[in-house]
Write a protein that binds this ligand. Structure first.
Ligand SMILES: *Cc1c(COP(=O)(O)O)cnc(C)c1O
Length: 398
């Protein structure tokens, strides 16, 4: 930890150079954000609209092509294109048989959708702790699942960083692995794409994601039974003339598939650009003595940074949101992300089912102390702008 150099809230409050205290705004130009939409596909999308049909039962030709190309790209035999990444996560759990009360291990370091879908299936979340150095799930979580017969592990490669998902999965004792790679498109683990290790790999196609389709999500897998259950569930539970599950309409559309195909072709360039921005930000912040999330030590991996997580020291507990407001006045836009276990509905939901105990209470306390002092710098800006943001932040905090 190199936290000793960080200023505390009182020191920042007294800084006369801040806009808050009458100083000039540090960043005056508009930072251009890359939303991920492939504008080169605009005419293709318009052509689809002109045909008068943008969606097909079971998926149209563009969706089918995206599924084929995406499965090949990850190295799996099948893929299914959904209308959102959340839908993809929900069908993934359903396809594996998750239902009322099924224990699903979930990384507290993850996107809220992964937790929401567990609740939508009325399953039991079994929270896994976060490692402060990586802001990813800890590698060995055996203590945290002790006494619970975990059915499925839903593990997230968060912020574009790479979790050793097979190792964590093994330590959960779960039967099935779903890898949420929604923020880590293009990252690799031991030379293979993330999302290729689970029974199902799940990817999001929403705003700012690396394979953006505007709205969309893709699952990849090899098992035909998974394919059958997932597609039926996502088509109103319908299969061969009968409605066999209480399903949804979760299929992806042709305009979105067209955007996804264009984004997929551009993936290596996009990953390189975001990693350049992340490297520029990280170098400046680390030089200033700030703590930034790292890839797991000794792990053979390449990240695809989505955000750069910066961990404030403990003097900032209770003041982080104030800091975000102060920095915004100076033109520095930072984000935050909650501990999933700390969401207000989680404890009542789990307690109602008898799933909340001392272990959960302890994890809630520890995770809050971590996530409540985290700020995120998005990488969807140029490396040059990343440098400007990091320098301004370093100046204020160190
Ligand atoms: C974006 C995202 C999802 C899915 O979100 P949607 O907005 O429904 O597409 C899932 N997991 C992670 C890690 C994500 O970042």
């Amino acid at each position: 930890m190199e936290e000793q150099q960080m200023r505390n809230p009182a020191q920042v409050q007294a800084d006369s150079s801040l806009v808050m205290n009458g100083g000039p705004r540090r960043i005056t130009h508009e930072l251009v954000e890359d939303t991920g939409i492939a504008v080169t596909a605009a005419d293709d999308v318009a052509d689809i609209v002109r045909t008068g049909r943008t969606v097909y039962w079971g998926g149209g030709p563009r969706s089918k092509r995206l599924e084929r190309e995406f499965a090949d790209h990850i190295g799996r035999s099948m893929a299914f294109f959904h209308n959102s990444g959340t839908a993809a996560l929900q069908t993934a759990l359903f396809a594996l048989g998750v239902t009322d009360g099924t224990p699903v291990a979930i990384t507290d370091s993850g996107f809220v959708a992964s937790l929401n879908v567990i609740q939508h299936l009325r399953a039991r979340p079994v929270f896994l702790p976060t490692a402060p150095e990586t802001l990813l799930c800890q590698e060995d979580v055996s203590d945290w699942v002790d006494g619970v017969d975990v059915h499925t592990a839903l593990l997230t490669h968060f912020f574009g960083n790479v979790l050793d998902a097979p190792a964590t999965f093994a330590s959960t004792g779960a039967e099935y692995l779903v890898e949420d790679a929604g923020q880590a498109h293009g990252a690799t683990l031991r030379g293979r794409p993330v999302g290729s290790f689970g029974d199902i790999g799940s990817f999001a196609g929403s705003h700012k994601k690396l394979v953006t389709s505007g709205q969309g999500g893709l699952n990849v897998y090899d098992d035909p039974t998974i394919d059958f259950r997932m597609r039926a569930y996502a088509h109103h539970g319908h299969s061969q003339g009968e409605n066999i599950y209480p399903g949804y309409n979760f299929r992806g559309g042709e305009m979105e598939a067209t955007l996804g195909l264009a984004a997929l072709a551009d993936l290596p360039t996009r990953v390189a650009a975001r990693n350049r921005t992340a490297a520029a930000i990280t170098e400046i912040l680390e030089k200033a003595g700030l703590t930034v999330a790292r890839t797991p030590a000794g792990l053979d991996c390449t990240p695809a940074w989505f955000d750069v997580p910066v961990l404030l020291d403990e003097s900032w507990l209770g003041h982080r949101d104030w800091l975000i407001d102060v920095l915004r006045q100076d033109g520095i836009e930072l984000w935050k992300y909650p501990a999933l276990i700390a969401l207000p509905w989680v404890k009542p939901y789990m307690a109602n089912h008898g799933w909340w105990g001392e272990r959960e209470e302890e994890l809630l306390r520890v995770e809050r102390r971590l996530w409540d002092r985290l700020v995120l710098i998005p990488t969807q800006i140029s490396a040059e702008d990343g440098r400007v943001v990091a320098e301004a932040l370093a100046e204020i905090l160190s």
